[in-house]
Design a protein around this ligand. Structure first.
Ligand SMILES: Cc1cc2nc3c(=O)[nH]c(=O)nc-3n(C[C@H](O)[C@H](O)[C@H](O)COP(=O)(O)O)c2cc1C
Length: 215
C-alpha cells in the first residue's frame, strides 16, 4: 500500500515579516508572536517540539509544553530520567519548534540546556493540580509498564501516602533552553516565505544579530 499526498498543499498569504519590524531581542519577538497565537486561539499555542540527540548521535523528538520564557531562555518541565532526560544528560543541547498553522508561522530555537534551580521546579510543581502531582510520582516516564491499571493502582496508593501535600520527586523538574539561534518563519505565497534569523553575538552575548534567510 502506498499513500500519495502530493496534491495536499496550501498557499500562505496572511502576513509578512521584515528585519525592520522584528524586535531587537528574539525574546521580545517571541513574546509578541506567542501572544498573537494565544489571541488567535491557536490550539495548544505553548506546545513545542523538543528535539534532543542521545549519546549515540541519534536524534529523538517529542511535544512538550512551554511553561515560562525569560530573557535567559525557554523552560519546560519533565522527568529527568525519561528518554529526553537521559539524552540531555549526555548532550545538553536541544532544538525547539513551534508551529502556529492558523497564523502560518513557525519559530525554531536552538541552544544549550540546563536544569532550572530546584526552587523554581518546586514552585511550579506546587502549582500543578493534585492528581498531576501524584502522577509525577506514579510515572517512571518512558519505561515499559504492564497496563494503564498499574498507573491507577499506583496513584491510589500515593493518594494514601500523600493525602494533602505532595513533595516534588527529585527526578522531576524543569529544563531551560538557552538559545543561540532563533528563527521566525512567516509563510508567504509561492513558497517565497519570510525567514528572519537571530544569532547570538559571541563577543557580547546580550546582543543579537538579525539576518534574512532564503526560504
Ligand atoms: C500536547 C502535548 C503536551 C505534552 N507536554 C509534556 C510536558 O510538558 N512534559 C513532558 O514530559 N511530556 C509532555 N508530553 C509527552 C511527551 O510528548 C512525551 O511523550 C514524554 O515526555 C516522553 O518523552 P521521552 O520518552 O522522549 O522522554 C506532551 C505531549 C503532548 C502531545
Amino acid at each position: 500500500m502506498s499513500l500519495n499526498l502530493q496534491s495536499i498543499r496550501q498557499d500562505y498569504a496572511k502576513q509578512t515579516l521584515s528585519i525592520k519590524e522584528c524586535a531587537i531581542s528574539p525574546f521580545n519577538q517571541f513574546e509578541l508572536w506567542l501572544k498573537q497565537a494565544i489571541d488567535a486561539k491557536v490550539n495548544e499555542p505553548t506546545a513545542m517540539n523538543v528535539a534532543t540527540v542521545d549519546q549515540n548521535g541519534m536524534p529523538t523528538a517529542r511535544i512538550v509544553l512551554l511553561k515560562e520564557m525569560s530573557q535567559e531562555g525557554f523552560i519546560f518541565y519533565t522527568n529527568y530520567e525519561s528518554r529526553k532526560g537521559l539524552a540531555i544528560a549526555q548532550n545538553p543541547h536541544a532544538a525547539l519548534t513551534f508551529f502556529w498553522p492558523e497564523l502560518e508561522r513557525q519559530v525554531r530555537i536552538e541552544g544549550s540546556v540546563q536544569k532550572v534551580d530546584t526552587q523554581v521546579s518546586d514552585v511550579y510543581f506546587a502549582s500543578r493540580p493534585y492528581t498531576s502531582r501524584l502522577g509525577a510520582w506514579a510515572s517512571h516516564q518512558s519505561q515499559e509498564i504492564t497496563g494503564h491499571a498499574q498507573l491507577i493502582k499506583e496513584v491510589a496508593k500515593l493518594g494514601i501516602k500523600y493525602p494533602l501535600k505532595v513533595p516534588r520527586p527529585d527526578y522531576w523538574g524543569g529544563y531551560i533552553v538557552i538559545p543561540d539561534r532563533v528563527e521566525f518563519w512567516q509563510g508567504r505565497p509561492s513558497r517565497l516565505h519570510d525567514r528572519i534569523l537571530y544569532e547570538k553575538n559571541n563577543d557580547s552575548p546580550n546582543l543579537w544579530t538579525k539576518v534574512r534567510l532564503s526560504p
